[in-house]
Design a protein around this ligand. Structure first.
Ligand code: CA
Length: 236
């Protein structure tokens, strides 16, 4: 389980990293909001432990930005600011849990485990991700994961792929796919679905989407399985 640990106090951070390491967590450390933002954008974490007082701003700022951008990463706030109104502020900003400093490491580990259980829905893929064979797609962010690598898809390519993944091998007509990409009010070129399919095949391989002549498109057979191992690299 990979934790993004946002903490500017070097002593607390190294203690947490070592302590959580013993409990089976892998921690990647960020000392500032800027570092945390960059790490989150480039990696897939299972949860975040977030300090609030950071050298370049308030942790809640980052949390609100993430939630506004659709980032669903479970966040536990670990802070000395733990009066009732602080905790309420945290939850309103999108946190999932709160633990006051000073804290007990065992309690932190147990809370993280509980958070992960909830976010993973007892081991099923969380609803914000879709499995496509070796790929995992996050439709909200357009991130497609493959063997620990992140591929960023433009929004409409991600939506098209999500529609095909949800159809699980059923054929979708060009009109159906078109509707999943655009508001009815929007006028667009009639060949846009074909253009997006072309781009996706170029990026991910020709067999990702099958053309069913006269009917439409469906997800390639090799990508319809959802029971495969997670696409991102398992954490030690
Ligand atoms: Ca701090």
């Amino acid at each position: 389980m990979h934790i993004l640990l946002v903490e500017d106090n070097a002593l607390v951070a190294s203690g947490l990293q070592a302590g959580l390491g013993l409990q089976g967590f892998t921690c990647t450390l960020a000392h500032t909001l800027v570092q945390a933002r960059a790490l989150q954008a480039q990696n897939r974490f299972d949860a975040c432990v977030l300090d609030l007082g950071l050298p370049d701003g308030d942790g809640l700022q980052l949390l609100r930005q993430w939630r506004a951008a659709g980032v669903q990463l479970p966040v536990l706030i670990l802070s000395a600011r733990s009066a009732l109104e602080d905790r309420i502020d945290g939850f309103r900003s999108g946190s999932d849990d709160h633990l006051a400093k000073p804290f007990d490491l065992t309690e932190l580990a147990l809370r993280l485990h509980a958070l992960l259980r909830r976010s993973q829905g007892n081991g099923d893929a969380s609803p914000d991700t879709l499995a496509l064979g070796p790929y995992t797609l996050e439709p909200a962010s357009g991130a497609l994961w493959h063997g620990g690598q992140r591929i960023d898809l433009p929004r409409r390519e991600a939506l098209l792929l999500a529609a095909l993944a949800q159809a699980r091998g059923r054929v979708l007509s060009t009109a159906q796919l078109h509707d999943s990409l655009y508001d009815l009010a929007q006028e667009v070129e009639s060949n846009t679905v074909n253009v997006h399919v072309h781009h996706l095949r170029k990026k991910l391989g020709a067999d990702i989407i099958e053309t069913v002549r006269g009917l439409g498109f469906r997800l390639g057979a090799a990508y319809c399985s959802s029971g495969s191992a997670p696409a991102h690299a398992p954490q030690p």
